[in-house]
Write a protein that binds this ligand. Structure first.
Ligand code: SAM
Length: 261
């Protein structure tokens, strides 16, 4: 079976995405490194360095589609190492319990385990339960390589806007559109052949990785996504530190930042 969006009705997408990540959870970190040749680490570092968590004091953060906690760990390490901040907190939210379990296991080996700085929550980015995730709560909302897996991007953005405090920052790291035709060709060759192949070899699961590659192609290009963010009530203008978006590696990935008005 192929997990491409072409043959998957939208109403089945959620359970499908859940199955995909169930099946890749235990090999997820290894595959991430293998398929991006470790570059996802640099991109995640770029995200954190543009956000500089801890710089203006402790932050209350929510990392949505947080998976195994890569972003959360970077936020907490950055705040501690650069600003001696041990009060910043991150709530990791994911729809998939298996990914969260891997994250929890990973944090057990860190100094944050069993502290109020980190917690894991199973929930859908499109409808965060208001009893758990109240309006106007967070200083920072992050979502890395997660929003393209969601059925409705506008619903995710609406929820991000709801839970952020006024003045709070929305930051999204996602695969995006490559503008250079030569780079685009090479990238297509690589992702459509190498990634499913690596999926087969390393995880014994070609279909899930094929799905991941196809989902990247379906995601809206930078200007379109920026306008969806504005439609949700955010400002992405010059007043946002770093501008509306920053391409990484010619647009293979991109950071979008916005502020809740
Ligand atoms: N943020 C992590 C990282 O950068 O390593 C994980 C990214 S992983 C590619 C995508 C994650 O999105 C998976 O853990 C998946 O379970 C989660 N996800 C997919 N749809 C979701 C939804 N509707 N709500 C919350 N999480 C979702």
């Amino acid at each position: 079976t192929s997990f491409g969006f072409k043959i998957v009705p939208e109403d089945e997408k959620e359970s499908l995405v859940k199955n995909v990540f169930d099946s890749v959870a235990s090999s997820y970190d290894l595959m991430n490194d293998a398929s991006s040749l470790g570059v996802h680490r640099l991109w995640k570092d770029s995200l954190i360095s543009t956000l500089r968590p801890g710089r203006k004091g402790p932050l209350r953060c929510i990392d949505v589609a947080g998976g195994t906690g890569d972003i959360a760990l970077r936020i907490l390490d950055h705040a501690r190492e650069k600003y001696a901040d041990r009060e910043t907190t991150v709530e990791v939210v994911d729809i998939n319990g298996q990914m969260l379990k891997e994250g929890f296991r990973r944090f057990k080996k860190t100094m944050y385990h069993n502290t109020p700085q980190i917690s894991f929550h199973e929930a859908n980015a499109q409808e965060l339960p208001p009893s758990q995730f109240a309006d106007n709560t967070y200083d920072l909302y992050t979502i890395a390589f997660g929003i393209r897996n969601c059925t409705s991007i506008p619903d995710v953005l609406k929820e991000a806007h709801r839970v952020l405090k006024p003045g709070g920052t929305f930051a999204c790291l996602e695969f995006s559109r490559v503008n250079n035709p030569l780079l685009s060709l090479a990238y297509d060759q690589y992702s459509f052949t190498m990634i499913p192949l690596l999926g087969t070899i390393l995880a014994g699961d070609r279909a899930s990785y094929q799905y991941l590659v196809e989902s990247i192609r379906k995601f809206p290009p930078q200007p379109e996504f920026a306008s969806m963010i504005r439609d949700a009530g955010f400002t992405t203008g010059k007043d946002v530190d770093g501008g509306a978006w920053t391409d990484l590696w010619g647009g293979i990935a991109c950071i979008h930042k916005a502020v809740k008005i």
